[in-house]
Write a protein of this length. Structure first.
Length: 445
């Protein structure tokens, strides 16, 4: 910057000019580094240095930006920040105004690991009631791992020592990098679809958190959870934990330990077979003894067929002798019952009763006209008497004797002259017709 002798800048103006230039020309940047000299005063603002092996820069992150961060940095944290390049004018210090801050490298993966672990645990995917017991004598063992990795060699070596006759099916898959995620899911689904194995081992050797990250992906965890075949996880070393370990039915510290968990030793198999042999021999001896006792009992109870035939012949002769007697008894019984039924029929003959009922009906038919005439005459007399009584109390008869009925404008019968008003119209009903008149004067009694 060139100035004339008369254009002299103050320090404040110089720093302000530099700050404006930095903020206007550089603007926002992303920077990765390690936090040191972290200060968190009571104001809530954060002040720290961000450094790498060769340089460092001062940083400020104000309270409005750091409130609510899930990640709280400490000295030594490797972070990634989004910041505005600026200058702190009072001290002329170059600094970064931090807008965003997040962990970088393995720290970011750790946060992602914990967040996903908590979410899947809340969904019940790690619950013990979903875990299945491993078969004691698996007919076939499935292995999901890299075809060229050390994990497969370790597993096969353990199987050669423990149970070399156990069939093993390999479902090859990469175990590191982005390509491992769909490949692991496909291997688990293929093993379930083909349904060839009694148990599956999901394995790989040790490595960093980033190397093992494929086994922390949600798609892989859900594939393990939905597997119908029990799965043993043997991933990394004993200190390594992945989300696949939490969702698997059994977690083994290493691939070799997973192979040992899934297979009984050959000596154990031989011992069990000998135990089965002794049990079978003992059961056969007991069964033979029982059969011998049953045969002896059957021999004592056995009767020669000729004796049975003689007994049946004798029984048949006896039945033939008794047959005519039984038939005669049955015939006599039927005859007695028939005779009794005939007697009952004669005693209950309806002929005489019908004749008596017919005679009574003829007598009643002769008496019916006279009774009807008498009854009709009696009802006619009662009707005439009622009509005479009705005419006596009828208002029409009263009107015929010269009386009249007076009603006011409301249709009420006028019984008291004091209730009528002068000038009011009234209607007078006579025996023949009616007329309307006006009240000129009332004379109450």
């Amino acid at each position: 910057m060139t100035t004339s002798p008369r254009d002299i800048l103050t320090v404040s103006r110089l720093n302000r000019t530099v700050r404006t230039a930095l903020e206007g020309q550089v603007g926002a940047v992303w920077v990765e580094g390690e936090i040191s000299n972290l200060a968190r005063p009571s104001s809530g603002h954060w002040y720290f240095s961000l450094k790498d092996a060769n340089a460092q820069v001062r940083c400020a992150m104000f309270r409005t930006r750091n409130e609510g961060l899930a990640f709280v940095p400490v000295n030594g944290s490797q972070v990634l920040i989004a910041a505005r390049v600026s200058l702190y004018e009072p001290r002329g210090e170059f600094q970064l105004i931090v807008e965003q801050l997040e962990p970088a490298g393995e720290g970011l993966l750790r946060l992602k690991f914990e967040a996903l672990k908590q979410r899947l645990a809340q969904a019940g995917m790690f619950a013990s009631e979903h875990k299945r017991a491993l078969p004691r004598w698996p007919h076939t063992l499935g292995v999901i791992t890299s075809a060229t990795g050390a994990a497969l060699r370790d597993i096969l070596q353990v199987l050669r020592h423990r149970n070399p006759s156990l069939p093993v099916i390999l479902y090859p898959s990469p175990v590191q990098g982005a390509a491992a995620i769909p490949a692991l899911v496909d291997a688990i689904e293929t093993a379930n679809r083909r349904n060839e194995c009694a148990v599956l081992i999901l394995a790989r050797g040790g490595g960093s958190l980033e190397d093992l990250w494929a086994f922390n992906e949600e798609a892989v965890v859900r594939a393990i959870y939905h597997s119908k075949i029990p799965i043993v996880s043997g991933i990394g070393h004993e200190i390594d934990f992945t989300l696949a370990d939490f969702v698997a039915d059994v977690r083994a510290p290493t691939p070799s330990a997973a192979a040992a968990l899934c297979t009984p030793e050959a000596t154990e198999v031989v011992g069990l077979l000998l135990q089965f042999e002794r049990r079978i021999v003992r059961n056969m001896e007991v069964s033979l003894q029982r059969l011998k006792i049953r045969e002896q009992h059957a021999a004592r109870r056995l009767v020669h067929p000729g004796r049975r035939i003689e007994q049946h012949h004798q029984r048949l002769d006896e039945l033939q002798r008794r047959l005519p007697q039984e038939i005669n008894k049955l015939l006599l019984l039927k005859r007695a019952r028939l005779q009794a039924m005939i007697s009952d029929l004669i005693n209950h003959n309806p002929g005489p009763q019908l004749a008596h009922a017919g005679e009574r009906a003829r007598l009643l038919s002769h008496r019916l006209p006279a009774a009807m005439a008498t009854g009709l005459s009696r009802w006619q007399n009662r009707a005439a008497l009622a009509l005479q009584t009705l005419n006596t109390v009828s208002p029409t008869a009263t009107l015929a004797r010269g009386y009249a009925i007076v009603t006011d404008t409301r249709g009420q019968i006028a019984r008291d002259a004091s209730l009528l008003r002068v000038g009011e119209q009234v209607v007078t009903q006579l025996a023949a017709g009616k007329f309307t008149s006006r009240v000129d004067e009332t004379d109450p009694v």
